[in-house]
Design a protein around this ligand. Structure first.
Ligand code: NAP
Ligand code: GDD
Length: 362
């Protein structure tokens, strides 16, 4: 029996969304973390491709569907209660919602917070993945599985650029938990012949990016200043370099991985690395705010060249106990085997995000 046929025989209790009318079978996918940045873009992509899209959402005092609403798809997806720390949730879900493709995007995804919550981060980002894999192997071994691995696993980089074969050297509890998740996914693939793939994704951003990540913190701060606000943006390490792409491009790569006959691991990246400082300048230029940079270390500041107003200052509170100074990926395997290419460069990304935040402040 196919997953779709099994699904039509089982009781389900979605918390939002209607169960579809029975009829011609559509491909079904489940997305953990559907309320997050990538989850929302992936849901949109899969809906466009004709999938029936289910997603996991944590129980919360408030409705967390804002990103799905922004994309206009909140009423097109079927949402279920799911917390990756709770094995019973995962078991019940996989038993009652059989799917063709399972994308695990849920995570405590903020690296900075992982030093404050190392155990929780390990539980969700590491052990949570083992919970899913073992339940899939037991109840739904034919389901194709995607794990959201990360360039953060490269940490103190052992080669430049980083590719699938570059050794991991995580620099945060987040990176360490994700490295466990990556290895356990590879292990289940090799042990139980599962179609399980890991996307080793470099940083990807969008107007839907969480407000605490540096790109969005910058574009929201600049938008407020451009609209007359006078609080400078306080940042940490301005010299760290990231390989930034657009989240909408990266979810296409996730989907392509699960369409391959054989599972595998793939880096998705642009191949261009940019310091935080330059991202600030690109975003400021998009708002007609040319910047002058002066000073070093914690005394470095950026001012608006036209008005002399201070726009950025350094606050050591945003430094991390251990830093990932440089990330730059080599996505040639994904280009060759998946035909995947990023379409938005870092300047285009900064411009897209800054303008969206400027419009939102209006
Ligand atoms: P995000 O916006 O922070 O979304 C994370 C999602 O996980 C949210 O829906 C969140 O739900 C959910 N979640 C958190 N803890 C959970 C738990 N205990 N049980 C169930 N769901 C939980 O992150 P993102 O940027 O979309 O990233 C998606 C995935 O890719 C993450 O695994 C991240 O680590 C990984 N990744 C991201 C990047 C990047 O640059 N964006 C790069 C590489 C890898 P709430 O809405 O309730 O918080
Ligand atoms: N968040 C933040 N806030 N970061 C700052 C700040 C600040 O005020 N100032 C400087 N940074 C630096 C951080 O020290 C880091 O070097 C860089 O900006 C990027 O930080 P984030 O935007 O928080 O992202 P990240 O690279 O740590 O993690 C993101 O990318 C990973 C993939 O490499 C997240 O999306 C992870 O979930 C993802 O795995």
């Amino acid at each position: 029996m196919t997953p779709t046929a099994i699904a039509q025989t089982l009781p389900q209790t979605p918390i939002f969304g209607c169960l579809p009318a029975t009829g011609a079978p559509r491909r079904r996918a489940f997305i953990t973390g559907i309320t997050g940045q990538d989850g929302a873009y992936l849901a949109q992509l899969l809906l466009d491709k004709g999938y029936e899209v289910h997603g996991g959402m944590r129980r919360s005092a408030q409705d967390e569907r804002a990103r799905l609403e922004t994309l206009g798809i909140a009423d097109q997806v079927i949402l279920h209660d799911l917390d990756l720390t709770e094995m019973t949730n995962i078991f019940r879900l996989i038993r009652t919602v059989p799917v063709d493709e399972f994308y695990n995007l849920a995570a405590q995804s903020f690296v900075g917070a992982s030093w404050d919550q190392p155990l929780y981060t390990g539980d969700v980002n590491g052990i949570g993945v083992a919970r899913i894999l073992d339940t899939l192997r037991t109840l739904a071994p034919e389901t194709r599985f995607y794990q959201a691995s990360t360039s953060e696993m490269f940490g103190l980089v052992q080669a430049v650029p980083q590719m699938e074969t570059t050794p991991f050297y995580p620099r945060s509890p987040y990176g360490a938990a994700k490295a466990y998740a990556h290895h356990i996914t590879v292990n289940y693939r090799e042990s139980f012949d599962m179609h399980a793939s890991c996307g080793i994704l470099f940083n990807h951003e969008s107007p839907l990016r969480g407000a605490e990540f540096v790109t969005r913190k910058i574009t929201r701060g600049l938008a407020r200043i451009a609209r007359g606000g006078n609080a400078p943006i306080q940042l940490g390490n301005l010299s760290a370099r990231r390989d930034w792409g657009f989240a909408g491009d990266y979810v296409e790569g996730m989907w392509r991985m699960l369409q391959q006959d054989a599972p595998g691991d793939y880096v998705l990246a642009t191949g261009i690395t940019t310091p935080i400082r330059d991202f600030v300048s690109f975003a400021a230029e998009a708002l007609d705010m040319p910047l002058d940079w002066r000073g070093d270390g914690i005394d470095e500041v950026a001012t608006d060249r036209r008005t002399g107003r201070r726009v950025v200052e350094v606050n050591p509170a945003f430094f991390r106990p251990a830093e990932v100074e440089l990330l730059v990926g080599d996505a040639s395997r994904a280009r060759r085997q998946l035909g995947w290419r990023p379409r938005v460069d870092v300047r285009g990304l900064a411009t897209m995000m800054a303008r969206a935040d400027y419009d939102a402040v209006a």
